[in-house]
Unconditional design. Structure first.
Length: 68
């Protein structure tokens, strides 16, 4: 069974980020900034390949509907 990834579309970004504090060892954050531009950031303990792997794993989970 695939791990369920929880999406909270009704929550504002600050609430999502606050809820993630002290939960993860490594993170990738992607989104639209206030001017409508795309922006991404990751924790310093990730190599570029590792950040891309997280993005692809999340993409695969969304496509396979393993989201809540």
């Amino acid at each position: 069974m695939a791990e369920v990834i929880k999406l909270h579309p009704a929550a504002d970004p600050n609430t999502v980020l606050a809820g993630a504090m002290d939960v993860y060892d490594s993170v990738v954050v992607l989104g639209w900034d206030a001017e409508g531009g795309f922006s991404g950031r990751s924790s310093l303990n990730l190599e570029i390949a590792d950040a891309l792997l997280l993005v692809e794993l999340f993409k695969a989970a969304i496509l396979s509907e393993a989201v809540d």
